[in-house]
Design a protein around this ligand. Sequence first.
Ligand SMILES: NC(=O)C1=CN([C@@H]2O[C@H](COP(=O)(O)OP(=O)(O)OC[C@H]3O[C@@H](n4cnc5c(N)ncnc54)[C@H](O)[C@@H]3O)[C@@H](O)[C@H]2O)C=CC1
Ligand SMILES: O=C(O)C(=O)COP(=O)(O)O
Length: 463
Amino acid sequence: MASPQQITNAFQQAMNLSGSPHEVSMSPTQSYMSQYSSLKPAKALKPFSTGDIKILLLENVNTTAINIFKTQGYQVEFYKSSLPEDELIEKIKDVHAIGIRSKTKLSEKILRHAKNLVVVGCFCIGTNQVDLDFAAKSGIAVFNSPFSNSRSVAELVIAEIITLARQLGDRSIEMHTGTWNKVSSKCWEIRGKTLGIVGYGHIGSQLSVLAEAMGMNVIYHDILSIMALGNSKQVTTLDDLLSQADFVSLHVPATSETKNLLSAPQFAAMKDGAYVINASRGTVVDIGALVQAMKAGKIAGAALDVYPNEPAKNGEDLFNDSLNSWASELCSLRNVILSPHIGGSTEEAQSAIGIEVATALTKYINEGNSQGAVNFPEVALRPLDLDQQNTVRVLYVHHNVPGVLKTVNNILSNHNIEKQFTDSQGDIAYLMADIADVDLSDIKTLYEQLEQTPYKIGTRLLY
Ligand SMILES: NC(=O)C1=CN([C@@H]2O[C@H](COP(=O)(O)OP(=O)(O)OC[C@H]3O[C@@H](n4cnc5c(N)ncnc54)[C@H](O)[C@@H]3O)[C@@H](O)[C@H]2O)C=CC1
Ligand SMILES: O=C(O)C(=O)COP(=O)(O)O
């Protein structure tokens, strides 16, 4: 368990607090990290102790996150890889928070076992690996890091564009096996070539700026109308982009609409000798069709960072899976760069993601602040005023139906409601309220009344 000063320092650092007199004056037992109770309805009400919080971290989440959680006093269980489904089900039963990256699937089946879980941290950009709707309906908030690794991905793609254009991967493999093969045929400068970016979000737009700086023309396609950076131009349809681009780079999320976004008809629509880069999700490219297009000489090279079935941990064989039937043919092709989902794997990105997501999770656990959640209404109140005795923070996740506020405020009406904020997203709503003059002996009744409302999904009381 961390010392009081360590807790205060780490908390201020993590929350970017400057150390106001109010926080400085907190004693360790008074800090509002410890003014907390009742993580889930099934648990008995008792004052919060940081030592009660259990957090499971998978997939080698960065030490910056581990340090934040440990300094809070949480119990941290850490694994370098993802876990097989049966082990994950066993572990998730008990924990209040889980931290994952892109590999761990948190399906409805798995989340149904998560009886104490209040929050999921995706220490990455993508959240397609989590059943976000089911999580929200179960009162579980999900956070991610929306842009801390965007630059790392964009830089990798720049490297891949040049590597493909110069057949650098093949030359390097040849040299490693002792073959000197000095060629210029079908090797190109990228200056003046057209890059087609599919998905002009955080990564796509960052890539656009870098590519233009190297003299490329940039066009992009997105389902939204998005402001062009530099001299880039948005084109209306994917086919418009495919017919003009020398390089096509994919930066869309995994959705039902983006599944096999590039398949046989799209490869046919591309320029002869074009290149394909996929650092988005493995579902976005039909790899079997890509292999055929490359064998036919239509596509001159491809760089893949993501795959439909990725191994659970380092050392496992990507291609040891009957589902990846295209594997041996893909590997036999020239000018194919394969990387093990490392787009966001830089020291800078992982360290920043660790701090960002761990901070969001800590704020949610300790304060109920859901700002930045991807599946949940975003609600925040100022930290509890600890100078005021007997103040309780009510956190109430509920179905978004008429009559809830009336019922809840009726329950709270014996106390002074000092602050209240509520918001909804789809079927789910979230209410935060600070109520004063609460006798500690009333807390159990208050809690039970809120729990008995027909709309409730989850109640937490911080005090
Ligand atoms: N290889 C790696 O290590 C990494 C991969 N990623 C992947 O990259 C994806 C993109 O990341 P960001 O740029 O941060 O996401 P973003 O959400 O900022 O941008 C995605 C863009 O794609 C657009 N889009 C969605 N569906 C589309 C469609 N059918 N056609 C055209 N455009 C469409 C959206 O409107 C949005 O502008 C992530 O969802 C993730 O799957 C992200 C980080 C690292
Ligand atoms: O941020 C993302 O969405 C990524 O794909 C990176 O995933 P990772 O953290 O490397 O498992």
